[in-house]
Ligand binder design. Structure first.
Ligand SMILES: [Zn+2]
Length: 277
């Protein structure tokens, strides 16, 4: 499938579906590409309308949350986030070039997301002034700070990043912990500019070293699992280098900052934990 990338904005897609509830067939109208630059109304729906990717069965009126692929593109901020519900589908920038009819997206940052929720979250991160990986590192670090018993009811799958309030300002984002079995109930912790600055100062040099070896226009998943890998790598790099003690202190300072700024709590760090998360 391809269409004229220069002239086109978003691109509609139509699927014939069989309803899992009543087995009746129907037609699902959706998009396989949303151009946030040319289609600001659709961009807003991604961010605010939970029913955007719902299919309603014309026979029994069942509402079904659809997970069909969709590419989001922002031509001003030069990034793309591709929602691909199947991890086994290969994702290359060449496919995007063919799809959008544009020879190259070399100067674009490209991300891939597995679910609609992750896709929306990534778009919010990409619109902010900070590198999306900084948010993922904060998100990972903050989850390590909650108590084990709280993790049982504040499930990782429902833990996400969102706007801090209804004003939807990209410089006011928050971590949202949802409670299991209590729909719509959760805790919101605003990510302060101090948390962002401290995290950036400590981790950006390492991230830049990593970016230098990976090409820009490759679609990569940069979520919680990535942050976990990255922190393991950061810890290893820290304990191997000459500045081992200094880096351990920096990590300790970072954890203290997360605790104070996000949870207004002082984190006690036992000596043996200083090089671990
Ligand atoms: Zn039905």
């Amino acid at each position: 499938m391809s269409f004229d990338g220069e002239g086109a904005g978003s691109h509609a897609a139509v699927f014939t579906l069989t309803c899992p509830a009543c087995k009746g067939t129907g037609t699902f109208h959706t998009w396989d590409c949303i151009d946030g630059t040319r289609d600001p109304a659709l961009r807003l729906r991604i961010l605010t309308d939970e029913t955007l990717f719902f299919y309603e069965c014309p026979h029994c009126k069942a509402q079904i949350h659809m997970e069909s692929p969709c590419l989001y593109i922002d031509r001003n901020q030069k990034y793309m986030v591709w929602h691909i519900p199947d991890l086994t589908v290969p994702v290359t920038s060449q496919e995007v070039c063919d799809f959008l009819g544009q020879p190259s997206f070399d100067d674009y940052t490209c991300r891939v997301a597995l679910t609609w929720g992750e896709w929306r979250e990534k778009i919010i991160e990409m619109e902010s002034a900070y590198d999306d990986r900084i948010y993922e590192i904060i998100k990972f670090g903050a989850y390590q700070l909650i108590k084990e018993e709280d993790r049982q009811r504040l499930l990782l799958e429902a833990y996400h990043l969102d706007y801090a309030d209804e004003s939807r300002r990209s410089d006011q984002l928050a971590l949202v912990f949802m409670q299991e079995h209590q729909k719509g109930m959760g805790y919101t912790y605003e990510i302060t500019s101090k948390v962002l600055e401290v995290t950036r100062d400590i981790f950006m040099p390492l991230l830049e070293r990593l970016s230098a070896v990976s090409e820009k226009a490759a679609f990569e998943r940069r979520g919680y699992a990535w942050a976990q890998h990255f922190m393991t790598y950061a810890m290893k790099a820290a304990s191997a280098g000459n500045g081992r003690e200094a880096y351990g202190q920096l990590i300790g300072f970072w954890i203290q900052t997360l605790g104070q700024e996000l949870f207004h709590a002082d984190i006690k760090m036992p000596e043996s934990q200083q090089n671990k998360i």
